[in-house]
Write a protein that binds this ligand. Structure first.
Ligand code: PEP
Ligand code: MG
Length: 317
């Protein structure tokens, strides 16, 4: 199976009934882009930009960021590259950022909340992204969104930065999709509202699982509770996919769950159109897609989402 998967890694992943599923790669550094292309990724589903901030002893400049974004965009040509704006706070701290001491950092000033509270840092990143946009097919994604108000504020910053750059005579691509990372229960439960103003969704199951099950993703003592196959998670995923389908926007997944080939049929059945994972998993997941029949997958996914427990969902699968 592995040999066949490797041999067909650069072909599109199409289900038995003819549905194309985009299989994307998660990228953590510009240097990973070449490996992702070589693995057969159809695009980048999540470029985590934190490395720029974590590996520096100062706020990365607009120029430093522009170079990094440009590198990944160029590696992928006209294929989509979803770049996530800064996600610090939570377990990711920066020595030079004056983040407040918090009792519950995962419930604190994290990701988009932090960026909206520190607009200068956000503005620098958005300017770098918009400037890099002419080098490829850039999509911008906001992490940890929990309401349409945050989405509107984030989009307003993008519009402001675009305006600035245009005034400066800089070329910015006109059609940059702006999306929401669905990784809080609030975002999943109000996906219908968000879908009216977002151009795409990507489900972050690492955080969605932690927040829905109230189980810290890094705490070994509750690792037995941290299970993305909990029917509560499956229902939130299905709800998000249904809302996206109704609004006609793309819905993907970029949490660890997306790279598990044993779950590909389930995820297609829940309604996902794009799956993003570590490059190493791309060929196997593509091969898995080719064996799926969407109608049968839907029946299975509904049964798993209706199961009484994670174990019961696993039995269904
Ligand atoms: C997620 O939460 O599922 C995700 C992909 O983002 P991160 O792991 O970077 O929080
Ligand atoms: Mg996350």
């Amino acid at each position: 199976l592995r040999a066949r998967a490797e041999a067909r890694a650069h072909e599109a992943a199409v289900t038995r009934d003819g549905r194309r599923i985009e299989v994307f790669a998660n990228v953590g550094k510009p240097e990973d882009a070449a490996a992702a292309v070589a693995a057969g990724a159809d695009g980048v589903g999540l470029f985590r930009t934190e490395f720029l901030y974590l590996e520096n002893d100062h706020w990365p400049t607009e120029e430093e960021q522009y170079d990094a974004y440009r590198q990944v965009l160029e590696a992928f040509g006209d294929k989509p590259v979803i770049i996530r704006t800064l996600d610090i706070g939570g377990d990711k701290q920066l020595p030079y950022a004056k983040l407040p001491a918090e009792e519950n950092p995962f419930l604190g000033l994290r990701a988009i909340r932090w960026c909206l509270a520190e607009p200068e840092v956000f503005r620098t990143q958005l300017r770098a992204l918009l400037r890099a946009s002419r080098h490829g097919n850039l999509w911008i994604m906001f992490p940890m969104v929990e309401s349409v108000t945050e989405l509107r504020e984030a989009k307003a910053w993008v519009a402001r930065c675009r305006e600035e750059l245009v005034q400066e005579g800089v070329e910015v691509r006109a059609d940059i999709p702006l999306g929401v990372m669905v990784e809080t229960p609030a975002a999943a439960l109000t996906a219908d509202v968000l879908a009216r103003e977002a151009d795409f969704f990507s489900i972050g199951t690492n955080d969605l699982t932690q927040y829905t099950l109230a189980a810290d993703r890094g705490n070994a003592d509750v690792a037995h509770l941290y299970d993305p196959l909990h029917p509560a998670i499956l229902r939130l995923i299905r709800m998000t996919c249904d809302a996206a389908a109704k609004a006609g926007i793309q819905v993907g997944m970029c949490g660890e769950m997306a790279g598990d080939a044993a779950l590909t049929e389930l995820l297609i059945g829940l309604g996902l159109q794009e799956l993003s994972m570590s490059s190493a998993f791309v060929p196997m997941v593509k091969e898995q897609v080719r064996g799926v029949d969407t109608a049968a997958a839907r029946v299975k996914a509904d049964a798993a989402a209706g199961a009484e427990s994670p174990d019961a969902a696993r039995t269904v699968l």
